[in-house]
Design a protein around this ligand. Structure first.
Ligand code: UDP
Ligand code: MG
Length: 139
């Protein structure tokens, strides 16, 4: 049974600013996934609010949107069998302090004492999220 999927990956402003885009792309490509589309974006607040709509009202929502507006984002359309869960595994868990070594967040991220975790990457969390998010970022 084929499970070829596409997912949205974002290298967040901290990853772009720290010149880690290449290292993150390297990990995605080394894993065997394919880049379908790629672009640098200065995201509008409206796009970010829609992207993170599930978190509206949470205490980290406003700091999260401000962080994502703070610099350029590298948006990627990535393809492969089971790539949605595969990229989430490559990224590691949300909190970079405890994300497993070997993952993007575990190897390259840390807590900076801010109101939002700057954890380098976003990856869609389900086929439904991937379809919704890819339509937002690659309309
Ligand atoms: N976030 C945070 N504190 C939290 C939960 C989330 O700073 O307690 C930030 C973090 O940057 C995270 C983003 O909000 O990546 C979206 O949260 P989500 O729970 O969707 O985590 P993800 O899917 O990115 O692992
Ligand atoms: Mg999420």
């Amino acid at each position: 049974m084929t499970q070829v999927q596409e997912t949205l990956v974002l290298v967040k402003p901290d990853g772009v600013a720290r010149n880690l885009s290449g290292e993150i792309l390297r990990r995605i490509e080394a894993k065997g996934y394919s880049l379908v589309d790629i672009k640098l974006v200065q995201a509008e607040r409206s796009l970010l609010a829609e992207h993170y709509a599930e978190h509206a009202g949470k205490p980290f929502f406003e700091p999260l949107v401000e962080f994502m507006e703070s610099g350029q984002i590298l948006a990627l359309r990535v393809a492969g069998d089971r790539v949605i869960e595969g990229f989430r595994a490559l990224a590691g868990t949300t909190d970079p302090t405890t994300a497993a070594p070997g993952t993007i967040r575990g190897d390259l991220g840390r807590d900076w004492g801010l109101k939002v975790q700057q954890n380098l990457v976003h990856g869609s969390d389900s086929p439904e999220s991937a379809a919704r998010e890819l339509a937002l970022w690659f309309a």
